[in-house]
Design a protein. Structure first.
Length: 96
């Protein structure tokens, strides 16, 4: 499929691209080649090929969710630069 300069200019305007005449000619040639190749691929008989939505086998890579002990409050706050009443103390983000 051969694209005309006017078709490429129209697509460029839709994409808000300012192209020179040389760029329009270059892109018309390149886009036409891409469309020709896509058309060639459409002609390949794939009726005997099973659909392959995934090229690799699917498997769950997430570990089992198991309960584990968590840090006690003192250990969690052990490296905190500032703490108060058993909580992390941080600088206020929103001011009134």
């Amino acid at each position: 499929m051969h694209l005309t300069i006017d078709e490429v200019r129209h697509v460029a305007q839709l994409a808000r691209l300012g192209l020179t005449d040389e760029e329009l000619a270059l892109y018309a040639e390149q886009l036409s080649a891409i469309l020709d190749y896509a058309d060639l691929l459409q002609q390949v008989d794939t009726s005997h090929v099973a659909p392959t939505p995934y090229v690799l086998p699917l498997q769950n890579v997430i570990r089992e969710d198991t309960a584990a002990s968590s840090l006690d409050n003192a250990a969690a706050l052990g490296n905190a630069p500032d703490q108060a009443d058993g909580f992390f103390r941080v600088r206020a983000v929103f001011e009134e």
